[in-house]
Design a protein around this ligand. Structure first.
Ligand SMILES: Nc1ncnc2c1ncn2[C@@H]1O[C@H](COP(=O)(O)OP(=O)(O)OP(=O)(O)O)[C@@H](O)[C@H]1O
Ligand code: SF4
Ligand SMILES: [Mg+2]
Length: 335
């Protein structure tokens, strides 16, 4: 008997965000046909090299950037981008930014920083209890000891916990964290990642964690979505993707990790430019499988050069947008 996976909490289908080019330059298709699902109580890592569109995708899922096409649904309903509906949505889906120093006002105490969201949303309950609870859930205990502190009196890890408490205070169902540990020392990174895992386990919180670090995804995610030039090109269970990647781009990213075995694949060719997305498979000009003749031997080289293909999020353990992988070739060839 097959079990149907639970309906996603957040879904994007054929999502596009294009930025008009400056001074006659071509339009930048920063997000170009993304399909992605985030289910309740799961952590999805969105990975890919700099400039591939991770932040733009995250911002458009939050309603901060209007999509040019496609749709986002949350809890089964299309995202309503009118002012009031968006405000209610932003209570349920919270953004956690990368640099805690940048996202905390240096003149606000910890208490005021965490209470800010409550005040914006006109919270009618016991503010002090809510702030205290959020700080405790973010691991700042006893919370009262932190109420009157200022950001400069805290460590980097504590500041990131305050930012997380500011998100938790509204009791969101999903948090979107853009590079949440990139600005932290290695020693503190593990603690913040452990906190996100604890929040998933104890509160059933879902999270989309944006990172360019596949190693980090390995430590935290239930599922991974790999993004290349505005498109999710491979998605699936973390173990499946990281131990048996099928897309040549994912294989290349994994091959250069310090713990990777086998030959590192150094990607050649132009760095990706969203104002010049190649026709055919968007990765074809840099693809090691096409360059080595393997795609030719599998009979898919023409398709690689001419036929674009999407990856659909959702059911199944893994999906991949690659003619060669779809032909079954990567299962025997990849390592
Ligand atoms: N407001 C904007 N106007 C024009 N182009 C933009 C804008 N915001 C982003 N872009 C372009 O869209 C592309 C994707 O940018 P984005 O910041 O989403 O990438 P990213 O994957 O988050 O990169 P990084 O890992 O460096 O944070 C880039 O080419 C960027 O230059
Ligand atoms: S479709 Fe072809 S060019 Fe694209 S990643 Fe797969 S093998 Fe490479
Ligand atoms: Mg970014």
């Amino acid at each position: 008997m097959t079990t149907t996976p639970p309906a996603p909490l957040l879904s994007a289908r054929s999502l596009e965000v294009a930025f008009p080019g400056r001074r006659g330059a071509a339009t930048a298709r920063a997000v170009d046909g993304v399909d992605l699902d985030i289910r309740r109580g799961e952590i999805v890592a969105l990975v890919g090299e700099s400039g591939c569109g991770k932040t733009t995708l995250a911002r458009s899922l939050l309603g901060l950037v209007p999509p040019t096409a496609g749709r986002v649904t949350f809890d089964g309903l299309p995202l309503d981008r009118s002012g009031r509906a968006l405000k209610a949505y932003r209570k349920r889906v919270q953004l956690v930014l990368q640099d805690p120093s940048g996202s905390l006002n240096p003149r606000h105490t910890v208490y005021d920083a965490v209470a800010e969201g409550l005040r914006i949303h006109g919270y009618a309950g016991d503010e002090r209890a809510a702030v205290s609870g959020a700080l405790a859930r973010a691991g700042l205990r006893p919370p009262e000891r932190f109420f009157l502190r200022y950001p400069h009196e805290l460590s980097g890890g504590q500041r990131q916990r305050v930012v997380i408490a500011g998100a938790l205070v509204l009791e969101p169902e999903l948090i979107v964290a853009d590079e949440p540990v990139a600005s932290l020392d290695a020693s503190v990174r593990g603690e913040i990642l452990a906190l996100l895992l604890r929040l998933r386990d104890e509160l059933g919180l879902s999270a989309l964690v944006v990172t360019h670090d596949l190693g980090l995804a390995w430590n935290i995610a239930d599922r991974v979505a790999v993004m290349y030039l505005g498109r999710v090109v491979e998605t699936g269970d973390v173990e499946q993707i990281l131990t048996a990647p099928r897309h040549p781009y994912t294989q290349a990213l994994l091959s250069v990790l310090p713990e990777g075995d086998g030959e590192p694949v150094i990607l050649t060719g132009e760095p990706p430019d969203p104002s010049r997305i190649p026709s055919g498979c968007r990765f074809h000009a840099r693809c090691q499988v096409l360059a080595s003749g393997e795609a030719e031997r599998a009979g898919v080289a023409d398709a690689c050069r001419t036929t674009d293909l999407p990856v659909l999020g959702g059911d199944g353990r893994a999906q991949v947008a690659c003619h060669w992988a779809a032909a079954g070739a990567s299962v025997t060839t990849a390592g």
